[in-house]
Design a binder for this molecule. Structure first.
Ligand code: ATP
Ligand code: LTN
Length: 323
């Protein structure tokens, strides 16, 4: 199967990104034809620091490698290095009704809290271009991206029926567990890169920081360690994280923790997180010292992506009468 997914270069990767998206990618790479993209052009739709962007892109490539993506098996590249993404985005703009864009939850949220610009509205069209350029069948993402993949599907169908069969209609792949890890300071909101540092556990937080953050994670005034997402979102989120990192069912974790206080559960959770993230910290250090190698991987990745994208673009333009 052709798999495509993307992640923005800005913000520090947190355990929500890992459990909701990156972990699936690692599992998928062995049996599929995978392409993973660092979407720098999406990141500039909100205010950002232009002096930092290039470093953040490289850092994300390091993280992909540290997390276990194997460049022998997958293509890793930077979106802005493959011009076909913006070119196809423009073409798809012309067949996307504005109403569909205004309905997007992420747009509504971001437009409310940040500056509203046309890029923010067109964000999902660029994402559709990312996906459709490579005849993608499966898009592994977290729950928050479901609506965007649905839009990409609509765009593919509309193009095919207007101009003739051209695009594969993609499907999202969203894990049941881990699809939506919540903020540890406000468990009603998703853990987010663009939120405060205290609300997320970064993949590269120091052990002391992890202990501190988990200790002050918001829970409730009940005393028992029980999963109830509606009534007890805080403790349920912590149970989900424990369960996913330890590969144990939530009911099993509940049994294990029976009779324990929130304080000791939190201590065990912090140690588990520290242990599970330790290999990332080590590998990240290793790849950070091999910058030339990482740049070479990105270069080769964009060459491969460019060649796939160019042939799709010429098919698309041909169908649209642009010769
Ligand atoms: P932001 O919230 O600032 O938009 P983000 O944390 O969603 O950023 P992205 O780079 O946009 O980060 O997302 C990368 C991947 O991580 C996507 O597949 C997204 O669905 C997934 N993801 C993001 N947040 C979570 C979360 N809290 N739980 C599970 N998956 C998540
Ligand atoms: N919008 C996505 C990032 C993204 C993406 C993609 C994901 C951009 N292009 C293509 C999957 C496929 C997000 O996670 N915020």
């Amino acid at each position: 199967m052709r798999i495509f997914s993307g992640i923005q270069p800005t913000g520090e990767l947190h355990i929500g990104n890992y459990l909701g998206a990156v972990k699936q990618w690692i599992d998928l790479q062995n049996e599929n034809d995978c392409i993973f993209c660092i979407v720098d052009l999406h990141a500039i739709t909100v205010p950002y620091d232009q002096r930092e962007l290039a470093d953040l892109v490289l850092e994300k490539a390091v993280i992909y490698l540290a997390a276990g993506l194997d460049p022998e098996k997958v293509i890793i590249f930077v979106q802005s290095q493959v011009k076909a993404h913006t070119e196809l985005c423009w073409l798809l703009n012309t067949i996307t009704p504005l109403g569909e864009l205004y309905r997007m939850t992420q747009y509504k949220e971001k437009a409310r809290s940040k500056n509203e610009n046309a890029g923010l509205l067109n964000y999902p069209i660029l994402m559709a271009a990312d996906i459709l350029l490579y005849d993608t069948e499966i898009v592994p993402v977290g729950e928050d991206q479901r609506q965007h993949v649905e839009l990409a599907r609509n765009i593919a169908r509309r193009f095919n029926s207007t101009f003739g069969e051209t695009f594969t209609v993609p499907k999202e792949k969203i894990l049941k567990e881990g699809a939506r890890i919540m903020s540890i300071t406000d468990p009603k909101k998703k853990m987010s890169k663009s939120d405060s540092k205290e609300s997320a556990i970064s993949l590269f937080d120091s052990p002391e920081n992890i202990r501190k953050k988990i200790k002050s994670a918001v829970t409730d005034t009940y005393k028992t360690i029980k999963y109830d997402k509606e009534k007890r979102p805080g403790i349920s989120n912590l149970l989900t994280i424990y369960s996913l990192l330890s590969n144990t069912k939530i009911e099993e974790v509940e049994k294990e923790m029976k009779g324990k206080s929130y304080k000791s559960f939190k201590e065990e959770l912090a140690e588990l997180i520290i242990k599970e993230l330790e290999p990332f910290r080590k590998k990240r250090k290793e790849f950070l010292s091999r910058e030339v190698y990482v740049r070479e991987i990105l270069k080769q990745g964009s060459e491969k992506a460019n060649s796939l994208a160019a042939s799709k673009m010429s098919e698309v333009k041909g169908k649209m009468g642009i010769k």
